[in-house]
Design a protein around this ligand. Structure first.
Ligand code: NDP
Ligand code: A1CAB
Length: 276
């Protein structure tokens, strides 16, 4: 299903690019219906324009006026300035979609002058290849029709879960930040592979296919993660030797701490702005 709406991205960073790349490659919107504006970085706009053939606009007010959907894709600390700059030009029928970590819909609604529908989302950068694990929740003026539009957009870039707003910080720590934890581990595995005698290219190919296989397996089985890693481990074998080291380094505690810290940071980001 194609979405026949004008979409303006305010913010042209990694997340905006991942979503734009996903939407265009899935042909869910035409590049002509996307406009991208940022704060100041003209080189970045030129790159986005050349790479995706979308419209770019150095005048943020012009970008906003032409939009049916405004996607807020700036850092949390830039949100209030961003809204205060555009709010006189925002009209009530425009759908506001936020991808910003930690920021509640109530805060966005309060910054606006008009009673706009607001939908908070949390995608991840795998949107670029159509594999984001996104979650969405609705602000108080958003209807089922707005939900359907945003679900359609985000389904083009991966899976979509409808969650309660109080679950969004958890989603952010797990799935928004999640790709980074895996890339961090992949970096370590590639280093280990090279140290063990493989070339960089061999290491990259083997580790990448291993992680793709793990993802696909998880999607296609009812077995628990424990059953799956036990399936790999022969008594006295190589995997047991590897897992023994992970356990000695308290790997699972480290992962749980990492996710917990990210969830708490998401909560803090919302609280800091709510106090301003
Ligand atoms: N990166 C990720 O994996 C994910 C990020 N997010 C969320 O997405 C948002 C963006 O993150 P990310 O793309 O990584 O950040 P980047 O720093 O890569 O990009 C931020 C963008 O916001 C622009 N910007 C800043 N102020 C304004 C403004 N007042 N009006 C319009 N645009 C503005 C910047 O423009 P300029 O360069 O000109 O200053 C820049 O293009 C964050 O809120 C983050 O929480 C959510 C899920 C995953
Ligand atoms: O690190 C961040 O704050 C953003 C939100 C989720 C992923 N990146």
């Amino acid at each position: 299903m194609q979405i026949n709406k004008q979409i303006t991205f305010l913010g042209a960073g990694s997340m905006a690019e991942a979503i734009i790349g996903g939407l265009i490659s899935q042909n869910i919107v035409s590049s002509r219906s996307i406009t991208v504006a940022n704060l100041q970085d003209q080189d970045r706009l030129a790159y986005i324009n050349e790479t995706y053939q979308v419209n770019t606009e150095s005048n943020r007010l012009e970008a906003v006026q032409s939009a049916d959907i405004i996607i807020l894709a700036m850092k949390p600390k830039n949100l209030q300035d961003a809204i205060s700059y555009i709010k006189e030009d925002v009209t009530e029928n425009q759908l506001i979609v936020s991808v910003i970590a930690g920021i509640p819909t109530t805060l966005i609604e309060a910054e606006l002058i008009t009673n706009n529908p607001v939908i908070r989302t949390m995608p991840n950068t795998s949107a670029k290849v159509g594999e984001s694990a996104s979650a969405i929740c609705l602000g108080k003026f958003a209807t089922d029709a707005h939900l359907l539009t945003v679900e359609t957009l985000f389904k083009a870039i991966g899976s979509v879960s409808l969650v309660e707003e109080e679950q969004m910080d958890a989603v952010t720590g797990v799935a928004g930040s999640g790709p980074a934890y895996f890339y961090y581990m992949v970096e370590a595995m590639e280093k280990a592979a090279c140290n063990a005698g493989l070339s960089k290219e061999q290491a990259h190919d083997l580790v990448t296919q291993t992680i793709v296989g793990v993802g696909k397996r998880l999607q296609n089985t009812n077995k628990t993660p424990r059953a799956l890693y036990q399936e790999v481990m022969s008594p006295g074998g190589t995997t047991e030797a590897g897992i023994q080291k992970l356990a000695e380094h308290h790997f699972q505690d480290a992962i749980q701490d990492a996710v917990g810290n990210a969830v708490n940071r998401s909560k803090e980001l919302g609280q800091v702005l709510s106090k301003n």
